[in-house]
Design a binder for this molecule. Structure first.
Ligand code: GLN
Length: 309
């Protein structure tokens, strides 16, 4: 293990926990507003069967934007990169995750990348399946393979809470459908997307997903390739360039770990060839990233020399 000293990790978590008071829990999805802002947890998995964790590790949380990494991997598996990138770009935006601005200003209209909401909606629209249930079932199965935890499912209350309030995401969908960027019913897509975002797990499960990505898509136990290498590479590259929204540049400098955050306070990290990291800390900064989670990652990265650069 890169760090096998539990006391170190425990200390790093308690130092980082101080920053939770500077952040705020997301409440634009009403059910997320119920989270305890003081929570902070980390799990690290190096593929060897043991997972080192500290903090509020018993807490489960919904993936929110962290799910964009998984829907992207599945859509790439289903359609191939060429087709996926006809509908979504490869560039960071510098805008907030839910911005609509560049959809109108760029010609032709195409979301800049799959890590912002517009791009993620276009990607989720490309997941193969007979209907919402089938597509969601395939995504869950993929996650069961990645984590080895077949009990993972979505949180109905959080999904409904987002579905009932997601007018901005609906607006993105209608705009894109008008421009040929998505097909089919917007309500069906919103149903699938909000359930995808509400997939729930703990930080240990998240660290296992991070490890498979870090390990070039190969399951450490069975040695089975769950994600083809070229897809794992695409996904990790987006995590570096766009994974922390419009804070990705600073995060790359301070931390240097491919990562993806979500407004529930989750952060998925994949240290190439070394480590999967799962973080939960629902108090967010103004850009929507876990405020204490980012501090925690910064400390871990400098203490254990985890930057890929
Ligand atoms: N479900 C959330 C949304 O679409 C995900 C956003 C996020 O985590 N940044 O608004």
């Amino acid at each position: 293990m890169i760090c096998d000293n539990f006391d170190d990790i425990y200390e790093i978590v308690s130092q980082a926990r101080k920053y939770t008071k500077d952040g705020k829990v997301a409440d634009y999805i009403p059910a997320l507003g119920e989270a305890d802002p003081n929570n902070l947890a980390v799990a690290m998995f190096d593929g060897n069967g043991t997972c080192l964790s500290a903090g509020n590790v018993e807490e489960t949380f919904t993936l929110q934007s962290v799910s964009k990494v998984l829907s992207l991997a599945l859509a790439l598996l289903d359609n191939g990169a060429e087709k996926v990138f006809t509908r979504v770009g490869m560039e960071p935006t510098g805008d907030p995750f839910n911005s609509i601005a560049k959809l109108e200003s760029l010609k032709p209209s195409k979301p800049l990348n799959p890590m912002i909401n517009a791009g993620a909606l276009a990607v989720t629209n490309m997941i193969a399946g007979a209907g919402t249930e089938d597509k969601l079932g395939r995504l869950l199965e993929f996650i069961h393979d990645l984590t080895g935890n077949t009990s993972i499912t979505y949180n109905e209350k959080v999904a409904t809470s987002e579905f009932e309030t997601a007018d901005l995401n609906r607006a993105l969908c209608y705009f894109m459908r008008q421009h040929g960027g998505i097909d089919g019913g917007v309500e069906e897509l919103m149903d699938l997307y909000t359930k995808q975002c509400a997939i729930e797990m703990d930080c240990e499960d998240l660290s296992k997903i991070g490890y498979v990505l870090a390990n070039e898509g190969v399951d450490p136990v069975s040695q089975r390739e769950i994600i083809p290498l070229h897809i794992a590479r695409i996904v990790k590259t987006f995590m570096v360039t766009c994974g922390m929204y419009n804070a990705s540049g600073e995060f790359a400098i301070r931390v240097g770990i491919p990562a993806k955050s979500g407004v529930s306070g989750g952060i998925l990290g994949a240290v190439p060839h070394k480590l999967g990291i799962g973080i939960y800390g629902p108090a967010l900064d103004e850009k929507g990233n876990s405020i204490a989670g980012m501090k925690l990652l910064e400390t871990l990265s400098s203490r254990f020399d985890l930057s890929m650069f």
